[in-house]
Design a protein around this ligand. Structure first.
Ligand SMILES: Cc1cc2nc3c(=O)[nH]c(=O)nc-3n(C[C@H](O)[C@H](O)[C@H](O)COP(=O)(O)O)c2cc1C
Length: 348
């Protein structure tokens, strides 16, 4: 049974890599976030410092290469390359779901390679929300992870032909994970966003870091639809765009750290997300597409470009650090503004 399950999981992992097409699920909402140009920044280039501390380590910039892959041996080279890119650019890295590797020794090399290539880097383990602490702890140990991402992917499972249909008990399980594990737990959506209701549930379960995984980039409904005969079009465009998801959960204030991901494609997107209150910004699909189509050196160069461009944006908004962006003025327009007004209308 376990062997059969893993065989199916392996096939699915490789299909995701093949069918993933660098989707753009229709706007991450960050085009509605306008930073204000300051003609008198009173700063030098050398004043701008992108470095930050996160989970006990220092990053060169507040960026993460988000969870992508691992498992079948074909994925080892991808994870090795991602780990080298993260090391060279000084940013964080999350691996793909490790469930299969906890159960199957032969798959472990595709994950342990990230520690060989990036021994001192900030690396996050990854597991589905239904997995008990014993499995999660093995995933963390496997790569000496600095934190554990717990993915929430109900929408993906529902489009996946062989996907789960049972989503009860995730919250209790997450509470157990937070209480048991020695590393911080990060709850993470995979492209449909976190609402304020979900954020509140997660906060009460003890989670203090939320990766919004918003709509606007990789679209798992589309990817899974490519694996089906009958297309589930009802979920096309489902979910909360990244900008809206950040604002939805920001009401928890400084109680939670926000990781902004979902359709982030350049430093201006990243700066907009930081200005809305995110602490770390990342991408999965965008980075994977560059790696697969243009190679490791070009991905490294692209991330260095993001860092330089973020410095430019910080300087021109009068911000010494990315954290200063969160207290600099922004104007919010369009659908994102309408959503904010809609929330108030319903709550008052
Ligand atoms: C090919 C592929 C595989 C992925 N596998 C995982 C996974 O195993 N675990 C997970 O938490 N997220 C996984 N993701 C989701 C990403 O981490 C991310 O949440 C999502 O793609 C949205 O970000 P993006 O728009 O920058 O791609 C995967 C994404 C892609 C493109």
């Amino acid at each position: 049974m376990k062997d059969k399950e893993n065989e199916g999981r392996g096939r699915r992992k490789l299909e995701h890599l093949r069918l993933f097409q660098g989707d753009n699920s229709g706007g991450n909402g960050l085009e509605d976030v306008h930073l204000i140009h300051q003609a008198l920044p009173e700063l030098d280039w050398s004043d701008i410092d992108l470095s930050c501390r996160w989970l006990g380590k220092t990053l060169a910039a507040p960026f993460i290469i988000n969870a992508l892959t691992g498992g079948p041996p074909e994925t080892t080279a991808i994870n090795a390359a991602l780990a080298r890119v993260a090391r060279k650019t000084g940013i964080a890295l999350a691996v793909g779901s490790q469930k299969g590797a906890v159960e199957n020794k032969e798959w472990r090399a595709s994950f342990t390679v990230v520690r060989q290539e990036n021994p001192d880097g900030l690396i996050l383990a990854n597991i589905g929300a239904g997995n008990p602490p014993a499995i999660a702890a093995k995933a963390v140990d496997m790569i000496a992870a600095d934190g554990l991402q717990v993915h929430l992917n109900a929408a993906q499972e529902l489009v996946m032909p062989e996907g789960d249909r049972s989503f009860r008990g995730w919250l209790d399980n997450i509470r157990d994970l937070v209480a048991t594990l020695e590393v911080p737990v990060i709850a993470k959506e995979v492209g449909f966003g976190l609402s304020r209701e979900a954020a509140r549930q997660l906060y009460h379960a003890g989670v203090r870091i939320l990766d919004v995984g918003g709509r606007g980039g990789t679209d798992f409904a589309a990817i899974e639809n490519r694996r089906r005969e009958r297309q589930i079009t009802a979920l096309t465009g489902w979910g909360l765009p990244t900008a809206i998801s950040i604002l939805e959960i920001k009401y928890l204030g400084p109680l939670v750290e926000i990781v902004a991901t979902g359709g982030i494609r350049h430093a201006l997107d990243a700066a907009g997300a930081l200005a809305l209150g995110a602490r770390i910004v990342g991408a999965a699909g965008y980075f994977l597409k560059i790696l697969l189509e243009q190679g490791e050196d070009n991905l490294t160069r692209e991330i260095f470009n993001w860092q330089e461009d973020l410095k430019r944006i910080c300087l021109l908004t009068g911000c010494r650090t990315p954290a200063d962006l969160a207290i600099s003025p922004v104007v919010i327009t369009g659908q994102t503004r309408a959503w904010l007004e809609g929330i108030q209308y319903h709550r008052v």
